[in-house]
Design a protein around this ligand. Structure first.
Ligand code: AMP
Length: 248
């Protein structure tokens, strides 16, 4: 089975985001960018499926600026086989990403698309669900376990009430949750090998998808600074202070 893994280049999760002075967004100039952590989990899961003999080929795809090629190289170093870079300037919203991914799926015919449950830059949590709807494929979102057995994909998903297991038939869209696995670090030899793996580049415009933004950002601001805490002597003092503040 061929597995398609969309990976997004985002601001590194260790970086404290700075808001642009004109409040139009987050300042990305000279900021470390990395693969979205949930996409790393998706790549890791695909590599594990290949190691188990379930996946035959892993194709990674990224939609974004030319530098998203580095993100694809990271995925190739982790074990993916080839990459597709779809170049686009600016922020491409989930619906446009899902439409481009649908076109890639139509071309590549994978048996499974494994995405992150959300991108940590905009926290949309939409692309996987939109892609499944566009493809009319079954979806298993927030997966904490993926087992392929007898042609079915059994997905254990994290829901409010606990865990739910779905048996998906046919090609499926799966989005990864944090507990699915712990992604590996790419070894130096694999980083070297990844340099020789192929990356196909296409322009977003060639897919005939309108990628113009549909949302407009009104204002981006820093969260209010946290007020200093206070240490209390004992529980009784804590309770009386909470009562005085009307918290209990
Ligand atoms: P979102 O719906 O934006 O929170 O993103 C969820 C998942 O969709 C991400 O973890 C990626 O797997 C995929 N995705 C979103 N945007 C892109 C993009 N520009 N390129 C590749 N994959 C993307």
């Amino acid at each position: 089975m061929k597995v398609l893994v969309p990976v997004k280049r985002v601001i590194d999760y260790n970086v404290k985001p700075r808001v642009k002075p004109d409040q139009t967004g987050v300042d990305l100039a000279n900021v470390k960018m990395s693969m979205n952590p949930f996409c790393e989990i998706a790549v890791e899961e695909a590599v594990r499926l290949k190691e188990k003999g379930v996946a035959s080929e892993i194709v990674v795809v990224s939609i974004g600026v030319t530098q998203a090629q580095e993100t694809l190289r990271t995925a190739l170093a982790m074990g993916a086989d080839r990459g597709i870079l779809v170049t686009a300037e600016g922020d491409v919203e989930p619906l446009a990403v899902a439409k481009i991914l649908k076109a890639v799926v139509d071309e590549e015919q994978p048996g499974m698309v494994l995405l992150g449950k959300q991108a940590i830059d905009n926290d949309n949590n939409q692309t996987g669900q939109m892609l499944a709807a566009l493809l009319d494929w079954p979806q298993g979102t927030f997966a904490s376990e993926v087992v392929v057995e007898d042609g079915k994909v059994n997905v254990t998903r994290e829901i409010d009430g606990g865990l739910q297991t779905l048996a998906l038939e046919g090609p499926a869209v799966i989005t990864t949750d944090l507990r699915l696995n712990e992604p590996r670090y790419a070894s130096l030899p694999n980083i070297m090998k990844a340099k020789k793996k192929p990356i196909d580049t296409k322009e977003a415009a060639s897919f005939g998808v309108d990628i113009a933004p549909r949302l407009s950002v009104v204002k981006v601001t820093e969260p209010p600074a946290r007020e200093a805490g206070e240490k209390v002597e004992d529980v009784a003092t804590l309770v009386s202070k909470l009562k005085a503040a009307g918290a209990i």
